[in-house]
Design a protein around this ligand. Structure first.
Ligand SMILES: *[C@@H]1O[C@H](CO)[C@@H](O)[C@H](O)[C@H]1NC(C)=O
Ligand SMILES: *[C@@H]1O[C@H](CO)[C@@H](O)[C@H](O)[C@H]1NC(C)=O
Ligand SMILES: *[C@@H]1O[C@H](CO)[C@@H](O)[C@H](O)[C@H]1NC(C)=O
Ligand SMILES: *[C@@H]1O[C@H](CO)[C@@H](O)[C@H](O)[C@H]1NC(C)=O
Ligand SMILES: *[C@@H]1O[C@H](CO)[C@@H](O)[C@H](O)[C@H]1NC(C)=O
Length: 337
């Protein structure tokens, strides 16, 4: 054991020893630039109670919502969430945390204003979440400078304008959720094109998006597609196909118009197909019977005709899933003539 004098002469050793003796859970030392940035963020939010553990006399790696890399002491993760009292705009001081990989502002209804361009200066950002806030303005095209991004969640905000085509320039971006905003315009042609071999997730429900699904989307390995409650039109058959990894597809409450008879459903993983409230015609393909994991199948309020396939899963679903079509018949609807 070192003498008291050595300990006093060596703050680093002292800190390490102190840490070891009294607080074994404490990890990395706090980088002073990162600490300064975090304190600027706290000040920008008007020193909220939520961030009361962020005090200058303590190491920033122990502050609520902050994670540091053990070896470098740099902040790589910042989660600020669940506070209805916190108000302000997203602080530009975020850009002074250059090693951030995970950033989340979640369930903070008092956050207003646009997504600041400072957010484009985070070269290592892997996952960005700004959800359940009052953030407004566009989905900025400068997000394309976040070249390491894999997941973008901007759901439940007040964003407007169209989805920037530049998002397709992010090579590994495979998860996009911008549902529950006020988006308009069409789907970008090249979205996910640079990540077309990887499983993709696209959630855009509850917006005012319109137009057709671009033909280029037939090459995307969608696992989930949720386009519900928009104004999409045209053909959606390109989302389907026997070999697709598709698990959930919700196209409900749009104006899609295509012949369902020709669709071949993926057979292994698909468990949700919700097509209610569109203008889909034709009949339900018999092949639906070998989609083994199907849990939700809703084709109500379309223009379908013919017998509901028998001998498989479809009899399990309620009449409500088939209601209001042109001439669908058979269990659970009344018999065909
Ligand atoms: C929000 O404000 C209320 C009333 O001032 C207070 O009781 C509550 O603890 C605050 N919540 C947080 C997370 O700061
Ligand atoms: C994209 O992912 C691949 C494979 O994981 C990786 O090698 C590459 O560095 C990533 N690109 C960027 C820009 O992060
Ligand atoms: C879509 O547009 C209509 C008509 O302009 C508007 O009333 C509605 O609030 C919009 N919906 C969303 C989710 O923005
Ligand atoms: C994205 O794809 C386009 C064409 O498909 C290609 O020219 C470009 O180099 C790709 N970008 C990256 C970052 O992989
Ligand atoms: C299918 O969709 C219709 C229309 O939205 C709805 O009324 C019905 O309850 C849905 N079926 C089920 C089982 O949820």
């Amino acid at each position: 054991m070192a003498s008291t004098q050595t300990l006093l002469l060596s703050p680093l050793l002292f800190t390490t020893c102190f840490t070891f003796l009294f607080s074994p859970a404490i990890g990395a030392l706090c980088n002073s630039d990162d600490k300064r940035a975090l304190l600027a963020i706290k000040a920008a939010f008007n020193n909220p109670y939520l961030l009361s553990s962020w005090v200058p006399s303590t190491g920033c790696c122990d502050w609520a919502g902050v994670l540091c890399d053990d070896s470098t002491g740099r902040v790589y993760s910042l989660y600020i969430y669940q506070d209805t009292n916190l108000t302000g705009t997203i602080p530009t001081a975020i850009a002074s945390l250059p090693y951030l990989r995970y950033l989340m502002f979640h369930h903070l209804p008092g956050i207003t204003g646009p997504i600041p361009s400072a957010l484009g200066n985070l070269p290592h950002l892997d996952q960005l979440t700004i959800s359940f806030t009052s953030v407004s303005g566009p989905v900025p095209s400068f997000l394309a400078s976040l070249q390491s991004l894999t997941q973008l969640d901007l759901s439940f905000n007040s964003l407007s304008g169209s989805i920037p085509a530049s998002l397709s320039l992010i090579p590994n971006l495979t998860f996009i959720d911008i549902s529950r905003n006020h988006l308009t315009g069409q789907l970008p042609q090249a979205l996910f094109q640079n990540a077309s071999q990887q499983p993709a997730y696209l959630r855009l429900s509850h917006n005012n998006l319109s137009g057709e699904i671009p033909a280029s989307y037939s090459h995307i390995n969608f696992v989930q597609v949720d386009l519900a409650r928009n104004k999409f039109t045209g053909d959606a058959t390109l989302l389907f196909g026997r070999e697709k990894p598709l698990e959930k597809v919700d196209l409900s409450r749009n104006m899609f118009q295509f012949d369902l008879s020709n669709v071949v459903f993926p057979e292994s993983a698909l468990y949700v197909i919700d097509l209610n409230h569109n203008m889909i015609f034709g009949s339900i393909p018999q092949q639906i019977n070998i989609v083994h994991n199907l849990q939700i199948f809703n084709v109500s309020y379309n223009r379908l005709c013919g017998r509901i396939p028998t001998g498989g899963q479809l009899a399990r679903f309620e009449g409500y899933d088939y209601l209001h079509n042109k001439c669908l018949c058979g269990t659970p609807l009344p018999p065909c003539n």
